[in-house]
Design a protein around this ligand. Structure first.
Ligand code: ADP
Ligand code: ADP
Ligand code: MG
Length: 659
């Protein structure tokens, strides 16, 4: 075995490789970019070296190999992504006498492009998706081919990966435009604009086989992973066994997968991806080869759970020239495993990445509960940067049956807390509770077809959580400065009918930066009430976690967070920064006892405009800047609510409306 390993990757997969390297007694050498200074994997490694500038170092093969030589690395683990499927890089490692933990450059090349891989598989008798994967890239010719294949078709970049450079075309007249945009994207992403055309499988299920081969001619499979829960052709949830997969089809896929690996002269860990047609019952004649990924997959923990094996250990052993540790009939598949990918992204806004500092994070696997595993590259306090993949963690569960595994993943998702960046936790909760998922009645189009139902559309924050945060903030403010609104105990009285007709005071807050008014209900005790209506039924009341910052508090419940801040009425009356509009507002609920100005009157900055009386105190309202009084809506004696605008000061020179 090797004495050390240099890891040419980052994040959770670097952490993952370090763990096994250590267990095998190897020294773990990490590299990191300046953008990853202090990241968790650099804290776990035995030795760390900074490379490159900014965020780009992980793609600089030459610099990585030079460093590996300098530090005396015996082998290099590429993780996934980055240089893991780069045959030139693997070759350069070989020239530098560093063992590349992965297949030979030849096997990577054979499988690297989707078109040549399909040709090779066809020769080996592996079924491939019907379509055109030849060299002719003439747009007219490709359009003819699409017509012959029959719509819908899929245009795919032959160098593609991660779902990029792929376009579904449903009608002949759309073909040219889609082809052009697929080629453009492929050229930009992979430096290769060539495409192939495939029949779009009607009800596609993505089922892939993990294979492993050694340099002594042995090749085994480690069962399948169903990765059909995808969003825009990118995996979100993976599981083993594939629900509803007939044993006969499973055996046929296993045979095709090992056949594919042998045909490519494969050594090491690889994944053979198939697309199966669920509309035809996943029969043994209804699956087709998609591509082979010549590396460790993101979702490999699912396989580790059901087989009880450490795939990274196997990678090291095979790279060191050892034989596969087990023969096919010694490899079992126990129970069911599910992995859910937790991302820093905002499902309510088109899944935009949501980088930022992780203020709090609790994912239970860290405590080492049996059957629950969390692979992450982050700890609380770390930042998700915009430079890399926004995946925060992989939550993996293992249980005796699929139903148990689903129950377990749902419980873990319910208990998970991540505060700071927005995450897809609520989306994952909704997804994993879908009846279709429970029944195994889904295909790769399921998520995209049900986005709104899965909560992936803008909707109001959890009102109970918002109120809990507001209450906490009021308590904090009251501790600093006594307030007429204290004490607050919203939950003590929330269900009480005595509140009907109670005195209501407005409380102005911002929720995720948007101004909102909550209502403080006074009835002996005080309660807060959201603008948004009654609280949800008790059965669907997820636990609330609060995290206070200097400016406000995060309220987290059911996988979603909202940031709540109090609008300080006193600051605002004094012309705080939010008063750019010149609005003059009531600092608290009270009564206007005097008005010193009239509509249209010219005023100086700081000039007294009105007096509001509340709690036997008078508060003077003054002009935030010089200008003219406009929109004066109040009269002497009027009751006003906290934050209510009484008038506006229009700055001198501010544009008037049309005459
Ligand atoms: P990538 O290299 O981007 O992973 P793949 O060829 O593996 O590309 O395809 C990615 C995903 O696209 C698949 O998991 C599947 O959801 C979908 N897909 C690919 N080919 C087809 C097809 N012929 N019919 C239907 N869906 C497909
Ligand atoms: P798989 O086909 O293994 O399921 P994906 O295609 O989703 O997985 O994952 C590979 C992608 O992960 C790469 O294309 C890259 O964008 C991203 N990636 C690469 N390295 C890392 C890393 N260290 N941490 C997070 N994401 C990464
Ligand atoms: Mg793929």
């Amino acid at each position: 075995m090797f004495a050390n390993v240099i890891i040419a990757n980052r994040g959770e997969i670097a952490c993952r490789v370090i763990r096994t390297a250590r267990r095998l007694g190897m020294r773990a050498i990490a590299i990191h970019t300046p953008a990853d200074r202090g990241a968790l994997f650099t804290r776990l490694a035995d030795e760390v070296h900074e490379i490159g500038e900014g965020a780009n170092g992980y793609l600089d093969g030459e610099a990585i190999i030079a460093l590996a030589r300098r530090v005396g690395a015996e082998c290099l683990h590429p993780g996934y992504g980055f240089l893991s499927e780069n045959a030139e890089f693997a070759e350069a490692c070989g020239r530098a006498n560093i063992v590349f933990v992965g297949p030979s450059p030849g096997a990577m090349r054979a499988m690297g492009l989707k078109n040549s891989a399909k040709t090779l598989m066809q020769k080996a008798g592996v079924p491939v998706v019907p379509g055109y994967h030849g060299d002719n890239q003439n747009p007219k010719f490709l359009r003819e081919k699409a017509y012959e294949i029959g719509y819908p078709v899929l245009i795919k970049a032959i160098a593609g990966g991660g779902g990029r450079g792929m376009r579904r075309v449903d009608a002949h007249m759309e073909f040219d435009a889609q082809l052009e945009s697929a080629m453009r994207e492929a050229q930009a992403a992979f430096g290769d604009g060539r495409v192939l055309i495939e029949k779009y499988v009607a009800s596609p299920r993505h089922i892939e086989l993990q294979v492993f081969a050694d340099a002594h001619g042995n090749c085994v499979h480690l069962y399948e992973r169903d990765c059909s829960l995808q969003r825009r052709h990118q995996k979100v949830v993976e599981e083993c066994p594939a629900p509803g997969l007939p044993e006969e089809t499973r055996a046929a896929m296993a045979k095709a997968a090992t056949g594919a690996a042998l045909a490519a002269g494969y050594v090491g860990a690889g994944t053979v991806e198939f697309i199966a047609d669920a509309s035809r019952g996943l029969g043994p004649a209804d699956f087709f080869f998609l591509e082979m990924n010549t590396r460790l997959q993101v979702e490999h923990p699912v396989t580790e759970a059901v087989t009880g094996l450490d795939l990274v250990e196997w990678q090291f052993r095979v790279a060191a020239g050892e034989r596969l540790p087990l023969a096919q009939d010694e490899i079992g598949c126990e129970g069911a495993a599910i992995e859910a990918r937790v991302y820093a992204e905002d499902p309510e806004h088109n899944f935009l990445p949501s980088p930022g500092r992780i203020l709090a994070m609790s994912l239970h696997g860290e405590e080492g509960i049996k059957g629950i595993r969390v692979d992450t590259g982050f700890a609380a306090g770390d930042s998700v940067t915009p430079f890399y993949d926004a995946m925060i963690a992989k939550l993996i569960v293992h249980a005796p049956t699929r139903a148990d595994a689903l129950a377990s993943v749902n419980k873990e998702l319910d208990d998970a807390v991540v505060i700071g960046p927005k995450t897809n936790l609520a989306f994952l909760r909704a997804l994993m509770r879908s009846p279709e998922v429970a029944e195994g009645a889904f295909d790769t189009g399921f998520i995209d077809a049900h986005l709104a139902r899965l909560g992936a559309a803008p909707h109001a924050p959890d009102s109970r959580a918002v109120l809990a945060a507001a209450q906490r903030l009021l308590a904090r403010r009251d501790a600093l400065r006594p307030s007429p609104l204290a004490p607050f105990d919203p939950w003590g009285v929330a269900d009480s009918f005595e509140l009907v007709g109670a005195r209501r005071l407005g409380l102005d807050v911002t929720i995720d930066g948007r101004p909102e008014r909550l209502h403080v209900i006074g009835a002996g005790q005080h309660a807060l009430e959201a603008a948004g209506g009654p609280a949800p039924p008790a059965a669907d009341r997820p636990e609330i976690s609060l995290f206070e910052t200097a400016d406000g508090a995060y309220a987290f419940a059911g996988g979603r967070q909202a940031f709540v801040a109090l609008i300080d009425p006193l600051e605002r009356a004094a012309g705080g920064p939010e008063e750019g509009d010149g609005g003059v507002r009531a600092p608290m609920n009270g009564r206007i006892v005097s008005l010193a100005v009239e509509e249209g009157e010219t005023v100086e900055a700081g000039q007294r405009l009105a007096v509001v009386e509340a709690m036997k105190m008078e508060h003077a309202l003054t002009a935030p800047f010089a200008g003219v009084v406009a929109d004066l809506v109040a009269n002497i004696g009027d009751q006003v609510e906290m934050g209510e605008r009484i008038m506006r000061v229009q700055a001198a020179g501010e544009a008037e409306g049309p005459p």
